[in-house]
Ligand binder design. Structure first.
Ligand code: GLC
Ligand code: CA
Length: 567
């Protein structure tokens, strides 16, 4: 039976490589996570999403899976996982697994079989096509560019055939047209659901269905975006319904899909409850408000209006029909307090708490990325070799190839690198921030750890963690905060973001100052006498309808009972 537990859930994301390394081998592990479950529970979250724990050769750090029904030995064993699951459930924490099934690792036995011979029954598990001949040259079947740079096709040995990989060369796209592939996915889902997991995050799900026949502009030699051929393909809705019918709906599950630039119409359809496809998807539009056209490495001045558009559009669009998610960070994004034009040096606490208040009080499920709850910042990487993410290297090499001087290329990469989110969690100021006992971590530490760590944050009067506790308590328990309709206020204001939530005649109002200066703001009439539920400053300057907000101040107001009766 489905209980819709997800509707007032708060999810904490763990990137297992970097949480806690219990056996001091440099890699985070399951035992390390178990040690920290009380810390996670105390924060007030109700579910944990684990980035992939399955076997993987780690070309893309777990997102290239070579066995979906086993745990990678560096993290532990299946038995360790069962213990983790039990320890989570004992604390009333739900467990959400990450599943990357747009592609498998090229070390997956299916792929090895597939390329071993043209008659292999596994051949049709993947997307394999003849290359094109141009004179003596053998060209890939289409010009498509991989999301991670370079051709999206890789030649199979010295044959004339190529396989499709929309990401790394080591991540071969699965052929979802083949019913056997879909059966495999159903079997993977049921394998973990039977073990007791509570939900899934589907990696780049809206690429499962491709558009046939493939095409491109063959007149050009340069790479082209093939997106029209692999985003929101025609069978997407059918495939999701099938997963629901054969696996997900049989358990009390929750699903969230990581979408790749879906059309508005499709996004809406994926989450519409009556469609029985996904319970929610991620929307990242607001996270592009400090870069050029969604290109992470190209910085532009922060555009608050764009941020608000991205944050509020899904809340408006899905309300009443489907659920929403609220995200500031994940393993693919730089740290939020180091972005969005924020004066991190002087106002880290204020900005971290302001961003959380604004984002998480909206309509949808808050997703907190490990370390965000103590305001972890971007890492001052010294050179490209300190970065482990393959994408940082691909783009760096590409830039250098175009003649961009190395130091400049590095500056670009450093702005948007995914690596910022992947440095080990900062627990205390001892060696390696308490991530482990001194073994060199797989990814370098953020040198800020002496200043920014869990121990210090908890001991501070201005603890981001403790503010999160208060915020999440409101978010989970206040009906208006869960079910309320979001109405944005004063959209064109370039310093302030504000909105109301309304449910069953009750109202909340959330206001946040993105400026490092005191800023005046006129609130709606009804907020004049409203009660302050929470603010990241002790002081609130208000005169009638005018608030004078401190730098990065955020406030949540609740309408008073007698005012509701009056109006
Ligand atoms: C998703 C993951 C990302 C990964 C990519 C390919 O975007 O979040 O980390 O690299 O898919 O699997
Ligand atoms: Ca370890």
């Amino acid at each position: 039976m489905r209980t819709e537990w997800y509707k007032n859930a708060v999810v904490y994301q763990i990137y297992p490589f970097s949480y806690r390394d219990s056996n001091n081998d440099g890699w985070g592990d399951i035992e390390g996570i178990i040690e920290k479950l009380d810390y996670i529970k105390e924060l007030g979250v109700t579910a944990i999403w684990f980035s992939p724990l399955y076997r993987s050769p780690d070309y893309d750090y777990g997102y290239d899976t070579s066995d979906y029904k086993d745990i990678d030995p560096k993290f532990g064993t299946l038995e360790d996982f069962d213990r983790l699951l039990k320890e989570c459930h004992d604390r009333d924490l739900k467990v959400i697994m990450d599943l990357a099934v747009n592609h498998t690792s090229t070390e997956h036995p299916w792929f090895k079989e597939a390329i071993s011979s043209k008659d292999s029954p596994y051949r049709d598990y993947y997307i394999i096509r003849e290359g094109r001949r141009k004179g003596k040259k053998l060209l890939p079947p289409t010009n498509w560019e991989s999301t991670f740079t370079g051709s999206a096709w890789e030649r199979i040995g010295d044959t004339d055939e190529f396989y499709l990989h929309l990401f790394c060369v080591e991540q071969a796209d699965l052929n979802w047209e083949n019913p056997k592939v879909r059966e495999e996915v159903v079997s993977i889902l049921n394998f973990w659901l039977e073990r007791g997991v509570d939900g899934f995050r589907f990696d780049v799900f809206n690429m499962f269905s491709k558009v046939y026949p493939f095409g491109d502009d063959f007149s050009k030699d340069s790479f082209q975006k093939g997106a029209p051929f692999y985003v929101d393909g025609p069978r997407m809705h059918e495939f999701l319904k099938e997963l629901n019918e054969k696996a997900l709906s049989r358990y009390d599950t929750y699903t969230v899909g990581e979408s790749f630039h879906p059309s508005e119409e499709n996004a809406h359809a994926y989450v519409k409850e009556s469609n029985h496809e996904l319970d929610s998807i991620f929307n990242f539009g607001h996270l592009d408000a400090d870069n050029i056209k969604g290109k992470k490495f190209f910085k532009k001045p922060f555009d608050l209006l764009q941020f608000k558009d991205g944050l509020f559009a899904p809340q408006r669009s899905y309300y009443g029909e489907g659920w929403n998610t609220l995200v500031l960070e994940n393993h693919d994004n730089a740290r939020s307090v180091s972005r969005f034009g924020i004066d991190t040096k002087h106002y880290r606490y204020e900005a971290a708490t302001m961003l959380a208040t604004l984002t998480f009080m909206g309509y949808g499920i808050p997703f907190i990325y490990m370390g965000q709850e103590i305001g972890m910042t971007n890492c001052d990487f010294k050179n490209i070799d300190e970065m482990k993410d393959p994408v940082s290297h691909f783009v760096y090499d590409l830039m250098c190839g175009y003649g961009i001087p190395k130091p400049l290329a590095f500056r670009f990469i450093k702005y948007g690198a995914r690596d910022h989110a992947r440095t080990p969690m900062q627990w205390n100021d001892s060696v390696n921030a308490g991530f482990n006992d001194g073994q060199k971590p797989w990814q370098c530490m953020n040198p800020e750890y002496k200043e920014i760590n869990v121990e210090k944050d908890l001991a501070s009067e201005r603890s981001v963690y403790r503010y999160y506790q208060k915020l999440l308590a409101i978010k989970k328990n206040n009906e208006t905060a869960i079910y309320g309709k979001t109405e944005e206020y004063d959209h064109i204001n370039k310093k302030i973001a504000a909105y109301s939530r309304e449910y069953n005649g009750k109202r909340l109002f959330v206001v946040s100052n993105f400026s490092n200066k005191q800023t005046d703001f006129i609130v709606p009439q009804w907020v004049k006498n409203a009660k302050v539920l929470l603010s990241n400053y002790d002081e609130l300057i208000r005169k009638g309808q005018t608030l004078t907000l401190h730098p990065y101040q955020a406030v949540i107001f609740e309408e008073r009972e007698n005012d509701i009766l009056k109006s």
